[in-house]
Design a binder for this molecule. Structure first.
Ligand code: ATP
Ligand code: MG
Length: 200
């Protein structure tokens, strides 16, 4: 079985994440994609929404896709989420699965700085997707990453969770940047500083 891991903060999950996962699944014949929210990402400040809510939003966003699942391993483990620890743990728990880690162009460029990356590249392959604002130059990667990152084509989406949080904080619309189910979840729970309200 081939499984893609879509890691991220998902604060909140948006259509860029969904399209990246679907492009990777389609291009590489993945049987499933597991969306894995990090607890505290190594390279960022703490997330705006709780782990439970970020997982809840991911579950809402992917519920109608037969091949998409959530993976709460990093949220449950707590602390700073290093991918190397996670990958070792899932390889122990799910023997025989061929894992691929799906990342956007900004993360591809950041790969050399990942904790334990030289060991990680031997445990799984990476599927990279383009992202506006980040160039994707595989030749510029260090030698140990050559041949370890494969590319999937996706419609380019210039959306980030940061932009969505800013829009919510300033009273602007995020409709169609996230699924309706995620939009409802944010409003119902009153996330990112908005007034909670019923959506039915
Ligand atoms: P933030 O602005 O909070 O950093 P983000 O939109 O970058 O949020 P993350 O949760 O940081 O989302 O990203 C998770 C993964 O999804 C990363 O590998 C990132 O490169 C990728 N990704 C996020 N947005 C896009 C996008 N619009 N197109 C392609 N890949 C994306
Ligand atoms: Mg990001």
């Amino acid at each position: 079985m081939k499984v893609g891991i879509m890691g991220g903060t998902f604060d909140p999950i948006h259509i860029g994440h969904l399209l990246a996962a679907e492009a990777a699944r389609d291009s590489f014949g993945l049987d499933q994609v597991w969306f894995m929210p990090s607890h505290i990402p190594p390279h960022k400040e703490q997330a705006g929404a709780s782990g439970e809510d970020r997982l809840g939003m991911v579950a809402e966003a992917i519920s109608d896709h037969p091949c998409f699942r959530t993976l709460d391993i990093e949220i449950r483990r707590g602390g700073v989420s290093y991918t190397i620890d996670t990958v070792k743990e899932i390889r122990r728990s799910f023997e025989g699965i061929d894992f691929h880690f799906i990342i956007g162009a900004d993360m591809v460029n950041y790969l050399p700085k990942w904790e334990g990356i030289e060991e990680l590249v031997n445990l799984m392959t990476f599927i990279g997707v383009g992202r506006p604002g980040s160039t994707l130059d595989l030749d510029a990667l260090p030698g140990y990453l050559q041949g370890k990152v494969h590319l999937a084509d996706m419609p380019q989406v210039d959306i980030s969770s940061t932009e969505i949080r800013e829009k919510l904080a300033t009273g602007h619309s995020i409709r169609y940047m996230v699924t309706d189910s995620v939009y409802d979840y944010i409003r119902r729970r009153g996330l990112y500083g908005i007034q909670p309200r019923r959506t039915d």
